[in-house]
Design a protein around this ligand. Structure first.
Ligand SMILES: [Zn+2]
Length: 444
């Protein structure tokens, strides 16, 4: 079998890895490279698939187009845009290939298609975490298992692809959270069973393999949210919280502790609405009845008018934790939504600034403006969704793959995975492989 590392090996984003066996190709993930999308959108609100391809915002298509008739399926691990976000701008070129993911992932994909008014002829198939599906190849059938994996959005999976030449395990992205707030812990039992059968090759997220840690459970983030809301006297001041819109478990914690303050919770912003509604449609939004959602400017203004008058009675959950221009928090700070911050209002960032220059700069500007208004800031009320070095060691020990391909970034990220593997007895270019976009590894 050949593993083609198509995207996400030169950058953090546009994840895509393809497995080629004889007459069949099965593809893992189809994501966006968000910085390129943001650059594009400065000139063009709805860039075409061709524009996205030219700008390097979606995975390269040369290899797959050359082998168009062999492409059988796109298997999507989870609902983050760097894994699912390119599907509707990519898979139409392979109309016979199925797109398979967990229900939440497929709902998010449908929402993305609706936003950009695109339609796909491809079959979209939902598989519950723990489920499996058979994929018809030319001369053989492949089984793909979608196994519970923990991360920072719901229904995230590790995919195990059973082929005549062995099992391919794809764990991109993951953390090992034994006490998740939503969903089940990683399916260790199944992982061990696969290891016993023999995993030929594992592709594993190494985004934080350079960090000497075992990433904390989401239950720690929940406790941090509790601390920032319940152990501080917020009086009758405003509370504004911003977090990742796709982080449904975090939103659940935020809503539950806000309710304990006897405050009404209002979600503001289109992307919060998109992910929350997708979660609702697949019955994964336990707080649906406890929130109101405002998206359109008029809705936002009338909701905020009420908040302004009675700020002690509400918690506003909104977009903008990366300092993004045009986000709700940005517009609130710039007085564009009939709301004025007053001294002692609290802004809670249940997030971490993504360490890219543009994010750091945007947030610094935002924080400065908030401080000029004497607002209290609670930053980093957050734990990561990605495993650290010790999670990776743990996962490699459990899966015991014959070959290991570190993923989710350039050499600056993947080299740490390589070094750990070498420490564990793997040999570079023999059974641990550092890849770039476009690398082909023949696994025997
Ligand atoms: Zn992710």
């Amino acid at each position: 079998m050949k593993i083609h590392t198509i995207g996400g090996y030169n950058e953090v984003g546009k994840n895509m890895t393809a497995v080629e066996i004889g007459e069949d190709i099965i593809v893992f993930d189809c994501g966006l490279f968000l910085p390129a999308v943001i650059d594009l959108q400065e000139n063009e609100r709805n860039p075409t698939p061709q524009m996205l391809q030219t700008a390097g915002a979606i995975p390269d298509q040369k290899f797959l187009l050359k082998n168009k008739d062999k492409v059988r399926a796109f298997l999507i691990t989870h609902a983050h845009l760097d894994h699912v976000g390119a599907v509707h701008n990519y898979v139409h070129k392979f109309p016979n290939a199925q797109v398979i993911g967990t229900p939440f992932t497929i709902e998010v994909l449908k929402a993305l298609m609706q936003d950009s008014k695109q339609h796909l002829k491809n079959k979209l198939i939902s598989i519950h975490p723990g489920g499996a599906i058979n994929i018809k190849g030319k001369n053989t059938t492949y089984k793909a298992e979608f196994l519970n994996m923990t991360h920072s959005t719901i229904q995230s999976t590790m995919i195990a692809l059973h082929t005549p030449e062995g099992i391919v395990a794809y764990a991109n992205d993951y953390k090992l959270d034994n006490t998740p707030i939503m969903g089940s812990p990683p399916n260790y039992e199944k992982f061990r069973k696969l290891a016993k059968q023999g995993i030929k090759v594992a592709i594993i997220d190494c985004l934080y393999a350079d960090t000497d840690r075992k990433t904390n459970s989401e239950k720690i983030a929940r406790a941090m949210v509790e601390e920032s809301l319940l152990t501080i006297d917020h009086g009758n001041n405003g509370i504004i919280i911003s977090t990742f819109s796709s982080h449904i478990a975090r939103l659940k914690s935020i809503v539950e502790f806000s309710k304990k303050l006897n405050r009404e919770v209002i979600f503001m912003g289109r992307s919060l609405a998109k992910y929350t509604n997708a979660a609702k449609r697949v019955d994964q939004c336990p707080f649906a009845k406890d929130i109101r959602i405002s998206t359109y400017t008029n809705q936002l203004k009338s909701s905020l008018k009420r908040v302004e008058k009675n700020r002690g009675k509400y918690v506003v959950v909104c977009t903008g934790h990366q300092g993004e221009e045009g986000s709700i928090l940005d517009r609130l700070i710039k007085n564009k939504l009939h709301f004025n911050f007053t001294a002692k209002d609290s802004v809670i960032f249940s997030s971490k600034v993504i360490p890219a220059p543009v994010n750091i700069q945007h947030r610094a500007i935002m924080d400065k403006k908030l401080k000029q208004k004497d607002v209290r800031i609670f930053d980093n009320v957050h734990v990561s969704g990605h495993g650290g070095r010790e999670d990776l060691r743990e996962l490699l020990n459990i899966l015991k793959p014959q070959h290991f391909i570190p993923s989710h970034g350039g050499f600056d990220k993947t080299t740490s995975g390589l070094n750990l593997a070498k420490e564990m007895g793997y040999k570079q270019n023999k059974n641990v492989h550092l890849c770039k976009n476009g690398t082909v590894i023949e696994v025997k």
